[in-house]
Design a protein around this ligand. Structure first.
Ligand code: GLU
Length: 450
């Protein structure tokens, strides 16, 4: 293969698929970035000489290990876990840990790849990584979760550090898990350092971190709407998910004057045409974060509809925030939403829309905020948590929130600057990919053949 072949998207993708067989999520994430950046590669002799595309799509390293733990019945259990250290060109590796039965290497490679560009977009010095396990937290007791987290950290601790790799939470890893993970790190190393983010407020966590991804996604949506002279007043939103991202996205949407009519979990979605109020949201937060119950209980409690096994995309609305998981919104869903008059979509989850869905939104002139821009608020406040830990200080909630708003504004600005108009609408996918890519690629060129 010649250097010029790397300028042909199809030839490049054929090679990438051959090198990474049976990894459809990773292929999807890479293809989207490659499509956006290929014109820059064609124009840049320096990037071509440095084989940037070939290098930036190859993780620096992948650590794979067994996690052995004991369940409440005394059975010895074994899970598989990974840390994908994708790229540390612009800072220590940074990215969450996911515990879910669907976790495999494909998922973590796509997430680590996306994280590299997302972290670059925040403007903070963070490389990209992702990790996790196929451990299924559903139905596990607190004691089982603790034993699993301690066992996971027993192995992971040798690969992380505040200047090396700083994991955080993701699906299935929240405040409870991060407490167990940090406790075990501290016990094994006898060091109190900022090696994880999303920590509890009493042991080095940042004010505003738990709200950051959801609030950040709504701040990004606010920027997209404002850019075309619009706002939230009188708008209805459909949200998927009911985890950390969804709950705080709903919270900020309500504060800014939108009406939110849906939320979901893996069993289905609720449709509350009167709107989820602040009181109902408080109840839902208790249900999901404390009781760890099912979303159908919301429908029973507040007497609204529960649609078992479905996603909320058929409910007419002006705004949509997919905040559950990857590929949860497909082409058919996008067409339904377009027919129903959707105006803007902001991705709270990572890669929730399929490639075909994104194309449909672009064709229809729908404002589309891709995950690596729209949900970057979470990792951005993780970056602020790292800074506070390094300085041994704690900023107030207001200080962190102001910085988060500035960062989301700045990301929006970078997207606009690096994009082009698609059907008269800013192409945020292109803007995010190009802007995130250039910073990482320039650093890689500066280092020489590493
Ligand atoms: N898991 C989150 C993400 O997808 C946060 C990562 C972090 O804070 O390091 O960006």
């Amino acid at each position: 293969m010649t250097k010029d072949d790397f300028c042909d998207i199809d030839i490049f993708m054929t090679g990438l698929k051959r090198r990474n067989p049976a990894e459809p999520n990773f292929h999807q994430a890479v293809h989207e970035v490659i499509e956006s950046v290929m014109p820059i590669i064609r124009d840049s002799q320096a990037y071509r000489d440095a084989s940037i595309l070939e290098r930036i799509t190859e993780p620096d390293r992948i650590i794979m290990f067994r996690v052995t733990w004991m369940d409440d019945q005394g059975n010895v259990r074994a899970n598989r876990a990974w840390r994908v250290q994708f790229n540390n060109s612009i800072g220590p590796y940074k990215g969450g840990l996911r515990f879910h039965k669907s976790v495999d290497l494909d998922t973590l490679k796509f997430l680590g790849f996306e994280q590299t560009f997302k972290n670059s977009l925040t403007g903070l010095p963070m490389g990209g990584a992702k990790g996790g396990s196929n451990f299924n937290p559903k139905g596990k007791s607190d004691a089982e979760i603790m034993r699993f987290c301690h066992a996971m950290m027993t192995e992971l601790q040798r690969h992380i550090g505040e200047d090396t790799d700083v994991p955080a939470g993701d699906i299935g890893v929240g405040a409870r898990e991060l407490g167990f993970l940090f406790g075990q790190y501290k016990r094994l190393n006898n060091r109190f350092a900022g090696v994880l983010t999303g920590k509890g407020l009493s042991f080095g966590g940042s004010a505003g971190r738990k709200e950051a991804t959801g609030h950040g996604a709504v701040y990004f949506l606010k920027e997209m709407l404002a850019h075309r002279g619009d706002g939230f007043d009188g708008k209805t939103a459909i949200v998927s998910g009911s985890g950390n991202v969804a709950l705080y996205a709903i919270d900020k949407l309500l504060e800014l004057g939108a009406k939110v009519v849906t939320a979901s979990d893996s069993s289905g979605f609720i449709h509350d045409p009167d709107g989820i109020t602040a009181d109902k949201l408080e109840w839902l937060t208790q249900l999901k974060e404390v009781k760890r119950g099912r979303i159908s209980e919301y429908a029973e409690h507040f007497h609204c509809e529960f649609h078992a096994g479905q996603r909320p995309w058929m409910i007419p609305a002006d705004l949509a925030l997919p905040c559950a998981t990857q590929n949860e919104l497909n082409h058919k869903d996008a067409l339904t939403m377009i027919n129903n008059g959707i105006q803007a979509v902001a991705e709270g989850a990572n890669m929730p829309s399929t490639t075909e869905a994104v194309i449909a939104f672009h064709k229809a002139g729908v404002l589309f905020g891709p995950a690596k821009a729209a949900n970057a608020g979470g990792v951005a406040v993780s970056g602020l948590e790292q800074s506070q830990n390094a300085l041994r200080i704690a900023w107030t909630h207001q200080q962190v929130d102001e910085k988060l708003q500035e960062i989301m504004k700045d990301i929006h600005q970078k997207c606009v600057q690096h994009s082009e108009l698609n059907n008269g609408v800013v192409d945020y996918v292109k803007g995010a990919n190009v802007s995130g890519f250039i910073k990482v690629a320039d650093a890689m060129v500066a280092y020489g053949a590493i």
